[in-house]
Design a protein around this ligand. Structure first.
Ligand code: NAD
Length: 480
């Protein structure tokens, strides 16, 4: 039996305005970053379609019960479970991510649907007795959550399914109508998820999905004063642009990361090496929380590097459709060339490539780089690919200072057996997350997630926090 997999059929998809397909003369072609094969096409929306989607969302007028919202999300979870292989193969064919990563991502998106379904049944209302001060009254104040009139979700390419699920499922769980603008680099999986949600019984008016020129779709959605929330995940540059453009509305920004993994001399060495490799290479290094800097105490630096080089040999880069491939492509050839360029710049400053570094089209080998200067572009800015730059640090204080020195503040990890040192890291790293003896990206889909500084405004996502974003709190009071 051959270990190659038959190519997928080419998909021909459209956006949807409240369940109705967008008809358009122009289509976007989506090609595999690995071999250029056409993965699918999407009919492009125009300004008129965007206006129609906003009007449809505003007039949705749907009030589903908690049970009805649960039923939609739970049915969607079941359908995704049944079609997990189809979704995984679609992720791989449009993004170049290795099939094993795509399968993992489908499992995460299934969790998102599951947790959102469960959360839709819960009421987090609070009660405040008012007779608790000298000027109090015999009353009680209650809180209740109301859906927003209309929300917009804009998503990046790096998790074509899960990024979309993390915005759409909480919106559905709260009953807020939403318009999705997925990445033009990976729109096929996103549109397939929207179709699955309609099939699961979501009232079509609750969800539209559009792809088209930024000036006719994304910018119109961001600036329209009738949109109450823009929930954006993507780059710092676009996020800051949206913050300026959006005007008077809620804006959730989940932006880039430059996450450190700190390895102290008392660390379990095998664990540290495994976490460094997993954090740097999984998902082709294209996670906002990927390990982007490995800060190793100088007394164990050389031993760590030798072991990381050995470990890196296990991360086979190649055809993303093959089950043995652990690292697929990055999103496109220009992205791979950018990474090649930042490595070359670091080398010109004295860094050494110890393994990997070769590029073929959009495929870049997992790369260990040592002697990286602290001011190298590849460690000051976010490098979104399978790079593992190792930097020597004197001690924990030096590591924390270096970790905090960039503009980002998303997540971090520290490998140590010393509880005091672990707690020092928790208290002193200015990041949204500190994971002890884990990769910076460790989370579950319902725990709070998000960064500070250039990584975000400190407003968390994760299913439960995102549901708070998609609602507003109303209080009402009664005589008691
Ligand atoms: P990107 O910013 O280029 O694009 C993200 C989305 O914004 C796309 O849908 C794009 O079409 C849209 N967009 C582009 N210009 C726009 C405009 N003017 N107005 C409105 N929308 C516009 O990001 P990307 O390259 O797709 O994704 C990679 C980035 O996302 C990395 O920096 C990564 O760290 C970040 N990311 C962050 C998180 C997080 O949770 N913090 C998660 C995943 C990815």
């Amino acid at each position: 039996m051959s270990n190659t997999i038959a190519p997928e059929a080419t998909l021909s998809l459209t956006g949807y305005i409240a369940g109705q397909p967008v008809h358009a003369a122009q289509v976007l072609e989506v090609r595999s970053p690995y071999d250029g094969r056409l993965a699918g096409t999407v009919a492009l929306a125009s300004r008129r379609d965007t206006d129609a989607a906003i009007a449809a969302g505003l007039s949705a007028g749907v009030r589903q019960t908690r049970y009805e919202r649960f039923a939609v999300l739970d049915k969607a979870r079941q359908l995704l479970e049944e079609r997990k292989e189809e979704f995984a193969r679609l992720i791989t064919s449009e993004s170049g991510l290795a099939i094993r990563e795509a399968r993992y991502e489908v499992g995460r998106a299934r969790d998102v649907l599951h947790f959102a379904a469960l959360e839709s049944l819960k009421d987090d209302g609070q009660i405040f007795s008012c007779d608790i001060s000298p000027q109090g009254k015999a009353r009680k104040i209650f809180t209740t959550r109301e859906p927003l009139t209309l929300a917009v979700a804009i998503t990046p390419f790096n998790h074509p399914l899960n990024q979309v699920a993390h915005k759409i499922a909480p919106a559905i769980a709260t009953g807020t109508p939403v318009i999705l603008k997925p990445s033009e680099k990976t729109p096929l999986t996103a549109i397939r998820l929207v179709e699955l949600l309609y099939e699961a019984g979501l009232p079509p008016a609750m969800l539209s999905v559009l792809l088209g020129p930024t000036a006719e779709v994304a910018e119109v959605l961001v600036t329209d004063p009738r949109v109450e929330l823009v929930s954006f995940t993507g780059s710092v540059a676009v996020g800051k642009h949206i913050a300026k453009q959006a005007g008077y509305k809620k804006v959730i920004l989940e932006l880039g990361g430059n996450d450190p993994l700190i390895v102290l001399e008392d660390a379990d060495m095998d664990l540290a090496v495994t976490l460094a490799a997993e954090g740097s290479y999984r998902n082709s290094g294209q996670r906002c929380t990927a390990v982007k800097r490995i800060l190793v105490q100088e007394s164990i630096h050389n031993q760590f590097v030798e072991k990381l080089i050995e470990k890196t040999k296990e991360y086979l880069a190649g055809d993303p459709h093959l089950p043995e491939t652990r690292v697929g492509t990055v999103i496109d050839e220009p992205a791979a060339k950018y990474l090649e360029d930042v490595v070359a710049k670091a080398v010109a400053q004295g860094a050494k490539v110890r393994i990997g570094g070769r590029r073929n089209g959009a495929l870049l080998e997992p790369t260990v780089i040592t002697d990286v200067p602290r001011n190298a572009q590849m460690v000051v800015q976010e490098s979104f690919g399978p790079l593992a730059p190792v930097i020597k640090v004197r001690d924990l204080e030096d590591a924390v200072q270096l970790a905090n020195s960039t503009a980002y503040g998303l997540s971090s990890g520290i490998v140590t057996k010393d509880m005091e040192k672990a707690l020092y890291a928790v208290k002193n790293l200015r990041m949204g997350t500190v994971n002890i003896n884990e990769v910076p990206g460790y989370r579950i889909e319902s725990s709070p997630f998000g960064g500070i500084k250039d990584s975000g405004l400190g407003i968390k996502e994760g299913v439960i926090e995102a549901m708070k974003c998609f609602t507003y709190v109303k209080t009402f009071s009664l005589p008691w």
